[in-house]
Ligand binder design. Structure first.
Ligand code: ARG
Length: 403
């Protein structure tokens, strides 16, 4: 792709080693103008110094976009309404961030009249797929430059050598022996020393949670209120979507909630070992299920549940902007209209335990479910229900006996 003619590129820039090298490499390779863009998705870093830094590295202009509230309300919440979990364990914290990063990047490209976009994802991972499917879903004409798939550099030391030759400012931070991706919803760790799936994670790497062993001996009980499938308050106090997740990260982190360690299947074909911490997201999954348990019709719940793996794969594989994800989202959200109520949860040494649920329009009727005498349910009627349902079982038993 390096023989293309490119005038102006918008780069998804983080201020780290790779994307710093990319600014310089793009200019050198294409003789083009490079605009650096960094999305604030709650990665917990001060991003304002990046403006200076990107300019020193050679960017003609720098955009820092605070997308935290949009990320929470329009990406994380819809995903949580659908209870999305990939391969039973991964809460998709990285996957859900990519489409939003790409969307804002494409807006900047349009405003700036840029003809190309670029990112620092490698040629082996899911992130390249997620970014580029989103770019192309938004503008089929956009040119995409993925330096990791094109350039000659193979390793971090190649990049460091290049920064020295080109006077690129990089901090002399010690290289972490694994790769980290952090945002409002989670922190992920993979690669390096974690590549051996038998090697346990280091306690020192976790950024937002204490270990369950180090969590307080006292349990904490909290209440989360939902309106139409979205969490709106904690212990009666209302929060904006991003503030609510931040608050639950802080509470959950203190109680050691939401660490997972798994081997997952990447879209590009290989297996990959990942460690994640998703304290707030883990609490919200449990709370949402609890409110759904008394507000969703049985068949709606079961049918919806059967679609979660497919919805989760769409997100994992990068199809946020796709007709199939939008179709499933409409179905998921239709089911959420009545999911209004409150869950009570106990947080204790890495566990979230539901201890209560209530809803103004609850479908749970104690007067019907009771073991005591009731006036509505006629026990005698259960006999015919069972007999008719047993008919085909009886027929196949008779057949087996040769009767
Ligand atoms: N394996 C996870 C995913 O595909 C996390 C990826 C983390 N990304 C990163 N650049 N370190 O969603």
């Amino acid at each position: 792709m390096t023989n293309q003619h490119i005038k102006k590129v918008v780069l998804a820039y983080s201020g780290g080693l790779d994307t710093s090298v990319i600014i310089c490499w793009l200019k050198e390779t294409y003789g083009c103008e490079v605009i650096a863009y960094c999305a604030d998705l709650g990665q917990g870093e001060e991003l304002s110094p990046l403006t200076e830094k990107a300019k020193k590295t050679g960017a003609s202009k720098v955009y820092i976009s605070d997308l935290k509230e949009i990320f929470a309300a329009d990406y994380i919440f819809p995903m949580l309404r659908a209870n999305a979990v990939y391969e039973d364990v991964y809460l998709l914290g990285t996957a859900i961030a990519r489409p939003l990063i790409a969307k804002r990047q494409m807006e900047i490209a349009r405003e700036e009249g840029a003809d190309a976009v670029s990112h620092g994802a490698t040629g082996k991972g899911n992130d390249q797929v997620r970014f580029e499917l989103a770019y192309l879903a938004i503008d089929p004409q956009i040119k995409i430059i993925a330096p990791w798939r094109d350039w000659q550099f193979q390793s971090r030391s190649d990049l460091i050598a290049y920064t020295a030759e080109h006077n690129i400012p990089v901090e002399a931070t010690a290289d972490k022996p694994y790769s980290i991706d952090r945002n409002l919803l989670h922190v992920s760790y993979e690669g390096g020393i974690l590549e051996d799936p038998w090697t346990a994670p280091l306690e020192s790497m976790f950024a937002t949670t204490v270990s369950p062993e180090a969590a307080p001996d006292e349990a904490l009980t909290i209440e989360i209120e939902y309106k139409a499938g979205n969490p709106v308050s904690i212990d009666g106090k209302t929060y904006s979507p991003a503030a609510l997740i931040e608050k639950l990260n802080e509470i959950g982190g203190r109680h050691g909630i939401g660490r997972v360690d798994l081997v997952e299947n990447r879209y590009v074909g290989m297996k990959s070992r990942g460690i994640y911490e998703t304290p707030g997201g883990t609490i919200l999954h449990a709370a949402h299920r609890a409110v759904e348990s008394i507000t969703l019709d049985r068949e709606v719940l079961h049918l919806r549940d059967s679609l979660i793996p497919q919805y989760a794969s769409m997100l994992y594989n990068g199809y946020w902007f796709s007709p199939e994800r939008e179709m499933l989202q409409a179905l998921m959200d239709e089911a959420q209209k009545g999911v209004t109520g409150t869950a009570r949860l106990k947080l204790y040494k890495g566990n979230v335990t539901v201890t209560g649920r209530k809803a103004p329009q609850s479908l749970y009727r104690p007067e019907i479910s009771t073991f005591e005498k009731d006036t509505v349910y006629v026990q005698k009627e259960a006999e015919g229900f069972i007999r008719l349902n047993a008919l085909r079982l009886k027929l196949s038993a008779l057949k087996k006996d040769g009767r």
